[in-house]
Design a protein. Structure first.
Length: 296
């Protein structure tokens, strides 16, 4: 079935490009490729986009609202960061000049924090989407992923945020460290919970506990799924210990891929957190729609 989009939403990350054909707030179709920012050279963005969305275009220009690394200095057009505290979407998206006549591309700016230094691109759109669905919500948003974000939100603004490289550390340790010989596939809830408890209470023991995964394998033939789950638990526990000033006693919403969101939600609930899990694609589309409304 052919689809003609009223407008197109784009989530353009480092490794993936995802496009959404939209009619108002209704999702008509989706498409994705592995042509994220890291795989493209200057001048290659338009071709990568058209490869996905050309079949959705009509005779006149179609607005494309894009978020993520497409707005980085190495992206299609630089959309400068906005300093917090600020609304998640401020100022309005930056227009890409000299595009194919069939598209008008606008890129959502990211957010920055001067002290301590921190930045985000893409997550601000999910935050904006959440706030569009939950106006005047006050609390903390956790956006788990390769680089997990914790954002304090109040009065419809992002007040402050911190980034944790937990996902990237897990990938590096499980694939490129001595732990690669012990960590395999599968999952063990008890091993995750035990690892998380260790570093949540004593995060300074993280480096020693990490090597303990390898030692336990050598001496006790620990199953690889247990090793994987303990590694994840140790890293998430250390993150929760460091981010405690954000989430302790706060209303919390988790926005991310379902499996990972559930891991964080259960970990926070175990600490007495009031947690809601929301769908990240829904929040991205709601945020892109809110950004489109800023164009006037």
């Amino acid at each position: 079935m052919s689809v003609q989009a009223q407008w197109i939403g784009v989530d353009w990350g480092t490794s993936k490009l995802r496009a959404f054909a939209m009619e108002g707030d209704t999702l008509l179709a989706t498409a994705q490729s592995d042509k994220g920012m890291a795989r493209l050279v200057a001048g290659g963005f338009e071709a990568a986009l058209l490869e996905l969305v050309e079949g959705w275009l009509g005779d006149g220009p179609t607005d494309v609202i894009a978020c993520g690394m497409v707005g980085a200095r190495q992206g299609w057009v630089e959309a400068p960061y906005t300093a917090v505290p600020a609304p998640a979407l401020a100022p309005k998206p930056v227009m890409v000049p000299n595009t194919d006549a069939r598209i008008r591309v606008h890129v959502v700016p990211g957010l920055k924090q001067t002290k301590p230094a921190d930045v985000m691109r893409g997550e601000e759109t999910q935050i904006a989407g959440f706030l569009s669905r939950n106006p005047s919500w006050d609390g903390v948003l956790c956006l788990p992923g390769t680089h997990t974000k914790w954002a304090h939100v109040s009065a419809d603004e992002v007040v402050s945020f911190r980034t944790f490289m937990t996902g990237e550390l897990f990938s590096l340790l499980s694939k490129q460290s001595v732990l690669q010989h012990s960590v395999g596939e599968g999952w063990d809830d008890e091993a995750f919970a035990a690892g998380m408890d260790v570093t949540l209470s004593r995060p300074e023991n993280l480096a020693s506990e990490l090597f303990g995964i390898r030692a336990s394998d050598l001496l006790n033939a620990t199953p690889s799924a247990v090793a994987r789950s303990r590694l994840s638990g140790l890293l998430v526990g250390a993150e929760l210990a460091a981010s405690r000033p954000y989430w302790l006693g706060q209303q919390i919403a988790v926005i991310g891929e379902q499996r990972l969101s559930d891991v964080y939600a259960e970990a926070l609930k175990a600490q007495g957190g009031w947690v809601t899990v929301v769908d990240c694609q829904d929040m991205t589309l709601a945020g892109l729609s809110a950004a489109r409304n800023l164009l006037g």
